[in-house]
Design a protein around this ligand. Structure first.
Ligand SMILES: Cc1cc2nc3c(=O)[nH]c(=O)nc-3n(C[C@H](O)[C@H](O)[C@H](O)COP(=O)(O)O)c2cc1C
Length: 389
């Protein structure tokens, strides 16, 4: 009889797995789902849809399939809910039926490996350009000078001048969120995440640096969260609360956003969201600005002050490595940790973290657009080892 000889990788994993004892690698519940570990894929816009029509490409399905794991959670990149909601050429959207097959393939790829996928829904608001919005001025709660960027066929370009949303237009915008949420359900996803972070439209309403309105959607915080509240309720009407998450970025600086009192504002937001029984609250630490670390060495602060006000699961994100992720879960300030850049170059990141294996460095040049290179060509650790022998 042939003797079974485990591969080098299998022997290695057997040896190391015995040494790891951390809550990061234990099961937890997120809404109605039980996950088997707490290492989450953070949403990352990678500008790899097929043009025209923002069709989700087969390489996107590969990307998400590669990063899926049994009982693992992925948050799918920001998906614009309409044409005027778009910010970046090549970015994901979901507003027409021609996109359904591509999105189904993404959901199927994640499910084939036993993973869960929440689709992040976004309206870019003033972070856009007329070439992306279908020729109309980008929308915002108020007109406030903004020197941010959008992506068109000419690459990163200055955002176009925006206009203030009329109060009568708001129900239509909320309806766009609801319709996109329904499409995500029809495509077979497991939930949706409202993008309330990084200075996009929902965040523009929340924070007083960008919201100068004097009507029911501006002024005191109770009014500034009205848009958030209505959008969340629209998503809940489709999915029920236990399959809806919300992402926020207190004191984040991406998108020229600011607030006169971020701690008070986001404490209010956490308390408000706590009432719904959401699947989770996803919090980006302010040491991160969009896709970069702005403040090296800063400890996580936002989850710490929000934790007492939100009793559901909290996902912390932004600048985590293995040790800090294990520490924050151990401390109880967060229940799960989302990884962006490290996950981009390590498709088997949960496995590598669990077994304390080396990480492949990420490739910033491949973040924003391109082909499979720097996107789906990163090997898993076992494959790396096999190739090395
Ligand atoms: C290329 C790239 C694209 C991103 N796109 C999104 C996005 O679509 N939605 C979002 O909420 N955050 C986005 N982010 C932010 C990440 O989700 C995450 O918060 C950030 O990378 C910090 O986490 P990290 O230190 O683990 O990379 C993006 C980041 C990168 C690097």
């Amino acid at each position: 009889m042939e003797r079974y000889v485990p591969s080098i990788a299998a022997q290695f994993s057997l040896k190391t797995s015995e040494t790891i004892m951390s809550n990061l690698f234990t099961p937890t519940k997120v809404g109605r789902y039980t996950l088997s570990h707490r290492v989450v894929l953070a949403p990352m816009t990678r500008l790899r849809t097929i043009q025209p029509g923002d069709i989700p490409s087969p390489m996107m399905a590969d990307f998400y399939g590669q990063r899926a794991s049994e009982g693992g959670l992925e948050v799918i990149e920001g998906v614009s809910i309409s044409i005027p909601a778009r910010s970046y050429l090549g970015a994901a959207s979901f507003y027409h039926d021609g996109q359904m097959a591509g999105w189904k393939a993404v959901a199927d790829a994640v499910h084939a490996k036993g993973g869960r996928a929440f689709m992040q829904l976004i309206h870019g608001g003033r972070q856009s350009h007329v070439e992306m919005t279908g020729g109309v001025a980008p929308l915002a709660p108020s007109v406030v000078p903004f020197d941010g960027v959008a992506v068109t066929k000419d690459g990163f370009v200055p955002a176009s001048p925006h206009r203030a949303i009329e109060i009568e237009e708001i129900p239509g915008l909320i309806e766009e969120f609801r319709v996109a949420a329904q499409r995500a359900l029809d495509a077979g996803f497991d939930g949706v995440e409202l993008h309330g972070a990084n200075g996009y439209l929902v965040d523009q309403f929340i924070q007083d640096g960008t919201n100068k309105r004097t009507d029911a959607y501006g002024g005191p915080i109770e009014n500034r969260v009205r848009f958030l509240k209505e959008a969340v309720e629209a998503l809940i009407s489709v999915w029920s609360a236990d399959r809806v998450g919300v992402r926020i970025s207190p004191s984040g600086e991406w998108g020229g956003i600011s607030d006169s009192n971020p701690e008070a504002t986001f404490t209010y937001v956490a308390k408000l969201l706590n009432q719904y029984g959401l699947a989770y609250l996803h919090v980006i630490e302010p040491r991160i600005k969009g896709d970069s670390t702005l403040h090296e060495g800063h400890p996580p602060v936002a989850v710490k002050y929000l934790r007492p006000h939100f009793s559901g699961p909290i996902i912390a994100a932004g600048g985590f490595d293995r040790d800090s992720a294990m520490a924050i879960v151990e401390a109880g300030d967060a229940d799960l940790v989302a990884f962006g850049r490290h996950f981009s170059s390590n498709p088997d990141l949960p496995y590598r973290l669990k077994h304390n294996l080396p990480l492949t460095p990420y490739v910033r040049d491949a973040f924003w657009g391109g082909d499979e290179r720097g996107y789906t060509d990163f090997p898993a650790y076992q494959q790396e080892l096999a190739e090395a022998v």
